[in-house]
Structures are given as C-alpha cells and as structure tokens.
Design a protein around this ligand. Structure first.
Ligand code: F6P
Length: 467
C-alpha cells in the first residue's frame, strides 16, 4: 500500500476528466491498456496505485468507450478501481472543447484575446448547460461508487461543479478540489457571463477546501470569490505543489529505450551544446516566443552559430480545437523559417520532434545543457522538476516566473520573462556560458529541491485538507 498515513483513515475516491489508464485497439481488434499521459495523471497515478481507491474518469477515446462498455464501466488495475464514465459525444465536446478548454483554460492562463474572444453567444450558453450536465454525471457516478464517509478528491478545472451535486445527494462525503492550472483573477473571471461566473465559483465553494500548486493561484481564486460572491464566500484553500516521481523517471532514464534514444540524440547533436524543451503543443506553453528567442540568440550572439542545437520534444494536444491546430501550424512554420535562415550543410539549428515518445523526451532531459521552460502561465510545470532529477550534464534551468514551479525553483533557476523575447535570448546566452563550477552548484541545488517531495506526500496533503 502507498503511504498516505497523514491522511484521515477514510476510503478514497479520485475524480478527474482524464483517467490514469488509456485503452487502445490493436490491429487484431483486441483491447490493450497502458498509462495515460499528462501532468495530472503523471503526478497522481503513482500515488494512488496500491491504495485501493476508486478513480472516476471519462472514457475519452473510442477504445476507452469500448473498454467501458465491455467491462460494465469498471476496470481493476494497479491496486485501484477505475470507473469509466461514458458521456454522450456532443455533450462531451461542449463540456471539454467549448467550455473547459475553449473558455476556462484560456481565462485561467490569461490567454483571452479580448478584441475577439471569448464570445458568449447562445450556443455557448447551451455548451455551458452541457458542461454543468457532464459535471452532474460525474457526481452521479461518484455517488454510486463512493463508500460511506469517503473523501472525494476532485481534480482540475473541468470539474468545478461536482461537489454541488454531491452535497445534495451524498452529504456523508467530504469533497476537496485541486486545480492543476492557475486561476483567473476577478477581472478575468468577470469576462464570463454573470450566471456562469456565479455558478462556477459557488460550485467550487461547495468543497471542504480548494487546493492549488501555487499561493498566487490560491490568492486569485479567493479574490475572484470575494468579487463575485461577496466577502467571506471563499472556502478554505491550501497550497500543495505536485512532486515528480523520482523513482519512476529514473527508471525510464535507465531503460533500454531511453538509452537508444540518447545514443541517437548524441549522434545528431555531436559535441554541440543542447537547449531542450519538452512540452505539449499548447498555447500556454509559449513555444513561439521560445523559438523567436532562439532566433534572436543566433542573430545577436553569432558565436553560438553552429555550436548549439535546440531540441524541441513537443507533442500534439487538444486537436479538436481550431486554436490548437492553427498554433501548431504557426509553430511548425516558424521552426522551418528559422532552420532555413541559419542551417548550414552540417548543422540543423532546431531538431523538431512532434511525437509523444516519453523515453525520447527523458533522453533529451538527460542530455540538455539548458532546459527552457517559458510558459505564458502554468499551474506548476513538472518538466522543470523532472529535468533536474535526470539531467547528467549539470544543465541550467531557464524558467518562466509565471509558472507555479517558480515558487520552489525560482531561487536557483535563471528567470524568464515569458513575453520578453530579447531578454529570453540573453538568458539563453547566459545559461549557455555559465562556468562549470556555477553549473554544478546550480544543477545540484535544483535536484535537491526536486527530490524533496513525492507523489504520495502530495496526495497525503490533499487528503489532509479533508480534515
Ligand atoms: O495543466 C492542467 C492539466 O489538467 C494537466 O494536469 C493535464 O496534463 C492537462 O491539463 C490536461 O490535458 P488534457 O486536456 O489532455 O487531459
């Protein structure tokens, strides 16, 4: 059993949109199962394994839906029970694409384009009704599965309204919410239609406590509650930054797949310096400004031409949203332009790898000289911690001050102002030129911070918040 000893001795239910397992259908039509990807699952999955908890999550892909139907919605795995929820496809799109990712994600990350979007028309209101309905469907599944007196840990911005239904139907349960994103402050939350802002914050306030990766996001949440619902309306909040699973990532780093990927990367990079980024192709990750900064570095610091490679290990995300498809195109066009500008017969400045291949990403983390993590805003950013745990070259971390991880790593990392391309280029130059002794101390300090927490400890802090 995983040690969650600081938690109350009560049964545990986890609720998240994306579950810990992802199903696939092989060429022979047989269902296979593996671990799902994403920050939430990476942080929570290892901690929940072995606890005997129940995990309620949406069946997302066609294969997930088939597995849910074949197995009656329940799968036993790795010491927990997964209850997969099958939602009507149109309702799921309204809930996931239109409201959660098309609206709330943009607002929480400060990505609204106020001249054009968001635009709350009649169709959006229908989508909001579907969003509330899917949250209620999650609550019904929890109500059916949760043992008497359980603690229910509701995860993330897609599911703010679950606890409101549970309070009515299962008052014996204690619900705690944990948001993995930043949280929109009063001015931004005020962009939502009044009734939606009210429902969103009232729903969150139905929890016994609401948790965040950073005190900054907790403060924005409290300020939004006070602005919309009135003074004293916010529930208790707590701050518990997620931890990387050091054992798990080091096991991947030691795997034959990772070794082979590293050998391949070494061959392509040679004795040049390597800047790395590992990210989803996602608007808050700020890929475009990262590449513009690299372009500026090559322009203004000619000494680095042919002596540095930028390895971008990025993988597609949320391709149901037009903004993401357009962003990917823009990123790929920019990479092509920069390579066309600077490449020589023996040097390709940017190695662009848009495939989701975890051992290859971990190989890049082992090899980087500089890790660029420059999000516009980010709930935490686990890559910054994972890199520190497996890097083998005393690599330097250039980290956005707008990431939640900045709270823990900012005392050591080089600061990135995510909108300032010229300053980011200078930070890259500084990181590339840091002397060996400085690098050694820098990397050791980062690794010591990243070692501090464990996924089990993080889960225990969420459970402790249930009182
Ligand atoms: O950043 C918040 C977060 O929920 C992550 O934990 C997770 O990786 C991602 O967003 C969710 O992505 P998806 O929409 O692919 O499930």
């Amino acid at each position: 059993m995983t040690d969650v000893s600081s938690a109350p001795d009560r049964p545990l239910v986890i609720v998240s949109n994306r579950g810990p397992l992802s199903f696939t259908v092989g060429d022979d039509g047989v269902l296979g199962v593996g671990r799902a990807a994403g920050g939430l699952v990476t942080a929570l999955g290892p901690a929940v394994a072995g606890t005997g908890a129940t995990w309620v999550a949406a069946a997302i892909s066609e294969a997930d839906r088939r597995a849910a139907t074949d197995g009656g919605g329940l799968t036993e795995a790795e010491g927990f029970r997964l209850r997969s929820l099958v939602v009507d496809l149109d309702d799921y799109r309204s809930y996931y694409d239109v409201v959660a990712n098309g609206t709330l994600w943009f607002l929480h990350h400060g990505l609204a384009d106020a001249a054009r979007r968001p635009r709350f028309d009649r169709r959006w209101r229908e989508a909001w009704a579907a969003f509330a309905g899917v949250n209620r469907a999650f609550a019904r599944a929890v109500a059916e599965e949760a043992p008497e007196g359980a603690v229910v840990l509701v995860q993330d911005y897609q599911l703010p309204l679950v606890a409101a239904s549970l309070a009515r139907d299962r008052p014996d349960l204690t619900a705690v919410h944990f948001n993995h994103t930043p949280f929109a402050g009063p001015d931004t939350i005020g962009m939502l239609p009044d009734v939606a802002a009210d429902e969103l914050l009232t729903g969150l306030a139905c929890h016994h406590a609401c948790g965040f990766h950073s005190g900054r996001w907790a403060a924005s949440f409290v300020a939004s509650c006070e602005a919309v619902l009135g003074r004293g309306s916010a529930p208790a909040t707590f701050v518990a930054p997620a931890a990387a699973d050091a054992d798990d990532i080091r096991a991947v780093a030691a795997s034959p797949e990772c070794r082979a990927a590293l050998a391949d990367l070494e061959e392509r990079v040679g004795d040049r310096r390597l800047i790395v980024r590992v990210d989803r192709i996602e608007l808050s990750k700020n890929l475009l400004r990262g590449f513009h900064a690299f372009d500026d570095l090559l322009r203004t610091h000619p000494e680095w031409r042919e002596r540095v490679v930028f390895g971008a290990f990025v993988y597609p995300s949320r391709e149901g949203l037009p903004e993401y498809l357009a962003y990917r195109q823009e990123v790929e066009g920019l990479v092509a332009r920069i390579n066309a500008t600077w490449a020589t017969p023996t040097w390709t400045p940017i190695l662009y790898d848009p495939q989701d291949h975890f051992p290859r990403s971990v190989a890049a983390l082992r090899r980087y000289d500089v890790l660029l993590v420059n999000p516009v805003r980010d709930g935490l950013n686990l890559v910054a911690k994972e890199g520190a745990l497996v890097n083998e070259r005393d690599g330097v971390l250039a980290l956005s001050r707008e990431s939640g991880a900045w709270d823990e790593l900012g005392g050591v990392a080089l600061e990135v102002h995510p909108f300032d391309v010229a300053a980011t280029a200078d930070t890259l130059a500084e990181a590339l030129s840091m002397p060996a002794t400085g690098r050694r101390a820098h990397a050791a300090a980062l690794a010591a911070i990243a070692e501090r927490g464990t996924p089990a400890g993080w889960l225990a802090r969420q459970l402790a918040a249930a009182g």
